[in-house]
Design a protein around this ligand. Structure first.
Ligand SMILES: Cc1ncc(COP(=O)(O)O)c(C=O)c1O
Length: 363
């Protein structure tokens, strides 16, 4: 059996065919009609008025923060357990990321701790709906409203997941998605901003194109950069999003199969997951820290790749200045492990992986 990667992209024949057709059509490659079509598909799928695509999910968060005019002297609340890009995007905009502990039940920001962290400098809450899970979203919407803050939703891992029938990514003033190779859909690299706010959307369009009102015009109204997409990526993205229902369904099936096969192993803890709403991007389990290290090595020897959870952000060198109590983020980071999660996994592969995990715990 080939080595089973923790995750790999899933590209079908449709993407290859569409790319050939596009390249044969005299394409200009850069963002144009295909990009507009892809953006419309994203907006339609999540139910937002507008969608704008950019280079990646880090740039989309950075663009969101900048477009909301959050800058030097301002604070943005970010969970201590997330991919580091969430905090870095705030830092890049010149503002200060204020790290807050998570709720171990859903791995998202803890509501009470978030409220306690609000100061007169706070401008926004960056709510990361991690791995398609969510807190009580309306409470975060209310909290932001009560304190006159922007709610930015980092839904990089949550395309296709929803809360009470509304897609994740659409609860704040702006939501952000990532299309890196292991996300629910991929365009190689890529990110999207979604919003219902027309003014904000127009600002985002300018910001991603050097701050000018339209392409080909060298008059610049606001500060901007080149965060444009390409039609090459859009061609792939269109084919991927056409199959999103299947992709979301398969992610749920994969999670359920792992859960069924491993639920009797008392050393393994699954995080509560409502598969009606959540399409887990990665299969995540919690276990004793030392056992985790041993399991990683054991599985690697058997040809199975895994990946430990992100370290809590405050433990990483660029954030060594942060002090505070982050007991849940630390505990989750130390005990969390991602199992193989690719859409290309067959049920037999998952059974094989689970047999090996059982063998480890029996030993
Ligand atoms: C929660 C979260 N935010 C932001 C990002 C950054 O996205 P990208 O890799 O597209 O820059 C990621 C990427 O994994 C992520 O998981």
């Amino acid at each position: 059996m080939d080595f089973i990667n923790q995750v790999e992209p899933w590209i079908g024949e449709e993407e290859k065919k569409a790319m050939k057709e596009y390249l044969d059509s005299g394409a200009w490659l850069t963002e144009f009609k295909k990009t507009r079509e892809f953006e419309q598909m994203i907006a339609d799928y999540v139910g937002s008025k507008y969608a704008s695509v950019v280079n990646n999910g880090t740039v989309s968060l950075f663009t969101a923060v900048m477009a909301l005019d959050i800058k030097n002297g301002d604070e943005v609340i970010v969970p201590d357990y997330t991919m580091i890009a969430s905090a870095n995007a705030v830092f890049l905009a010149g503002a200060k990321p204020i790290l807050v502990d998570i709720n171990p039940k859903n791995l998202c920001l803890d509501l009470e701790k978030t409220e306690k962290a609000i100061t007169p400098k706070t401008k926004a809450i960056m709510l990361v709906t991690i791995n398609g899970r969510y807190p009580e979203m309306e409470k975060f919407v209310e909290l932001a409203k009560k304190h006159n803050l922007f709610l930015i939703e980092d839904a990089a891992q949550s395309l296709g997941s929803e809360y009470k029938g509304k897609k994740l990514g659409t609860f704040g003033i702006v939501g952000s998605f990532s299309f890196s190779p292991h996300k629910i859909i991929t365009t190689g690299q890529g990110g999207a901003l979604v919003t219902d706010d027309e003014e904000l959307y127009k600002k985002i369009l300018k910001m991603k194109d050097f701050g000018r009102p339209q392409g080909g015009v060298d008059y610049h109204e606001i500060m901007g950069c080149n965060f444009k997409f390409t039609d090459l990526q859009a061609v792939i993205g269109i084919e991927q999003i056409k199959k999103i229902d299947w992709r979301v369904k398969r992610k749920k099936e994969i999670y359920k199969l792992y859960n069924d096969l491993l639920k009797d192993i008392k050393e393994i803890e699954f995080i509560e997951t409502n598969l009606e709403n959540t399409a887990p991007w990665f299969i995540d389990i919690l276990l004793d820290k030392e056992k985790k290290e041993k399991l990683i090595s054991f599985l690697k020897e058997k040809g199975i790749g895994t990946r430990p959870f992100y370290p809590a952000i405050h433990t990483q060198p660029p954030y060594s200045w942060v002090k505070g109590n982050f007991e849940n983020a630390e505990d989750i980071s130390e005990r969390g492990l991602w199992l193989p999660s690719s859409l290309s996994l067959k049920d037999e592969d998952i059974k094989y992986i689970c047999d090996k995990i059982k063998e480890f715990f029996k030993g």
